[in-house]
Structure formats: structure tokens, C-alpha cells
Design a protein. Sequence first.
Length: 193
Amino acid sequence: MANDEVLLAEVGPRLRALRKQRGTTLSQLADDTGISVSTLSRLESGGRRPTLELLLPLARAHQVPLDELVGAPHVGDPRVQARPIVRHGMTFLPLTRRPGGPQAFKQILPPGTPTGDPGQQTHEGYEWLYVLSGRLRLLLGDHDLILTPGEVAEFDTRVPHRLLNPGPDTAEVINLFGPQGERLHVRARPHAR
């Protein structure tokens, strides 16, 4: 069997393991992907050859990169090369690469940022901020707060909000964002044994 055939033969068991790990039934996965239960069953058992049209919705449903589904070999430099995103004078460094679900960013705000529209914004989701350095001004609805290093804020992003740096230094923030409103669950103390 050629190398590619070996990789393709391993896709079915990998799909089954991912589905079971998530506790999802074939019917639920069919609803999530639009792929019939019989096709999913044949994919998992190796009776159906995986195609890109089938693997892409499965990768989205399982929230894994396509490479992970097909077991592609890791090549090249293993370091994550985060590509900064600059928006309204702020720099966002992605810390997660998984599509969908909660996302993590390091956010860098030079003094006086952001530029552009000074109004508050709203969107779907839930946000959690941790100030690493500098000072962060959080406009949240009717609240006007200054956060300093070590302080945390969390809020529903459907509430009008805006992040600003009142200066004098650059502010650095860890930002966790759940686009579907996922919230963080912080354990306050260890469970008793």
C-alpha cells in the first residue's frame, strides 16, 4: 500500500475516535455536517473513501485542523508563527489556531489607542481580559473603568464596550474571546479530597 493509501486508511478510525471522544452520535454529527448517517458510518468503517468535500465539514464539526483528520506528517519549523493583526492602532497576536470556539489573543495597545471611531461596539460573544502591563480603560455600558496589571474583567460582548489605553505606557492584555458566548469557568479553590 502506498504511503497516501495508508494515510487514507487511518482516517476512518481517527474520525470514529474524535466523534466518540466528543460524545457525539452519528445522528448528531449528521445534523452538524449535513452528511448522511450511512455515509458517516461508511467513512468511519473504511467502506467509503474520504474526500475533501466530506472532510472539511467534519473538521469544522470536530473543531480540528484538516491535517489532524488525515494524519498529515508534521513538517518544517514547529514554532507557531503568529501573524499579528493590526486594527484601530491595536495589535492582536493570536495565541490559538483552532478554528471556531474560544480564541486567545495577546493585545497590545500603544498609549492613546485606539484610533478611528471612538464609539462603543457590540457583537455576539463573551470576553475575558487580563492586564499584563500598562493601564487599560474599559468602557462597558455606563461603566468607565481603569484596569491595572493583574486585574481581570469579563463581560458579555452584546453590552456596548470599548478598550482604550489612557497611557502613559503601552498596555498589554491577554484577551480570551468566546464567539458563541462561551464563558470561562474558574475554580476558586481546589476540591476537597
